[in-house]
Design a protein around this ligand. Structure first.
Ligand SMILES: Nc1ncnc2c1ncn2[C@@H]1O[C@H](COP(=O)(O)OP(=O)(O)O)[C@@H](O)[C@H]1O
Ligand SMILES: [Mg+2]
Length: 280
């Protein structure tokens, strides 16, 4: 078992107020080389889970193990790719990709070689001397992925890495990420609020419920790769995920709109069936 999350609870307390319970009894395991998505509406605690696995925060109770060792802080076995790639604007593309390797005291020659291999993997070798402001959003995210891959982590943690990109770019990056995953055999935990994205990319989708976040249901995606989102297996699963979510969406809408609540989730489903972030 690569990643093991057992009985994890997380609450945040502000001053002396009642603590906000964000995660409740989270339990799941991820095998070596598996691609698992954590899917759920905004605010349900997805990033919080990822931060706990990354060791950027600690659970209120419960335990997280990576490679059979309890997570007590960040480590080089885990790397996070965030929604905004977080490139250093004053460094060239290759400078950004080499940055972590330099911190690890890897020789310049070796770091350069590994950075170029990483850039080739995301098809950006030609742009090695460009600066982040010269790149499109999709290219920046590809640099961020290359920068993570060169660190050779055991587990790649991705927090909505494509959420800010347009639909076309996102589809291209889905293909690219599937290829990278196949070539490297990395264990990937991918956070998203996009149903189609989760189903297109993953072996398994863990669906979360809202406040406090719990794992509501698990879906196995048994469809050959590279996946086409119009594949009948994916389309059928999409319907099943939406059905599970109906109740959650009602809950969120009611909380957010209060007395003005007159939406039907079905209206939302017809407008945009795949994205849990843009309308709620
Ligand atoms: N450091 C923090 N302090 C207080 N509340 C937090 C903190 N981090 C997250 N939260 C709250 O926890 C809930 C879940 O947040 P998050 O994990 O970012 O959700 P998601 O990534 O699913 O959108 C939100 O209500 C958020 O306001
Ligand atoms: Mg988040």
């Amino acid at each position: 078992m690569k990643v093991n999350v057992s009985a994890v609870n997380k609450s945040f307390s502000k001053n002396k107020q009642q603590p906000l319970k964000v995660l409740e009894n989270i339990d799941f395991s991820i095998s070596d080389g598996e691609f698992v998505s954590i899917l759920g509406p905004s605010g349900c605690g997805k990033s919080t889970i990822l931060k706990l696995i990354a060791g950027l925060d600690i659970p209120t109770s419960g335990e997280i193990e990576v490679n059979k060792k309890t997570v007590t802080g960040p480590g080089t076995d885990r790397v996070v790719v965030f929604q905004e790639g977080g490139l250093f604007p004053w460094m060239s593309v290759i400078g950004n990709v080499m940055y972590g390797l330099k911190l690890k005291k890897i020789s310049k020659h070796e770091a350069e070689k590994r950075a170029m291999d990483g850039l080739k993997m995301v098809h950006l070798a030609k742009f090695k001397d460009a600066y982040p402001h010269e790149l499109s959003g999709g290219m920046k995210q590809r640099v961020a992925i290359a920068r993570s891959l060169v660190m050779d982590p055991d587990v790649l943690l991705m927090d909505e890495p494509f959420a800010a990109l347009d639909e076309q770019t996102r589809l291209v990056l889905h293909q690219e990420l599937q290829k990278i995953w196949e070539e490297t055999g990395k264990t990937i935990i991918f956070i998203t609020h996009n149903i189609r994205e989760a189903l297109t990319l993953s072996d398994r989708v863990l669906l979360m419920s809202t406040r406090p976040g719990r794992i509501k249901k698990e879906f196995k995606v048994q469809s050959a790769r590279p996946r086409d989102p119009s594949d009948s297996v994916i389309v059928d699963l999409e319907r099943r995920v939406m059905d599970e979510l109906e109740e959650e969406m009602q809950k969120v809408l009611k909380e957010e709109f209060g007395d003005d609540y007159s939406f039907k989730t079905r209206d939302i489903r017809d407008r945009d069936r795949y994205d849990l972030g843009s309308h709620i």
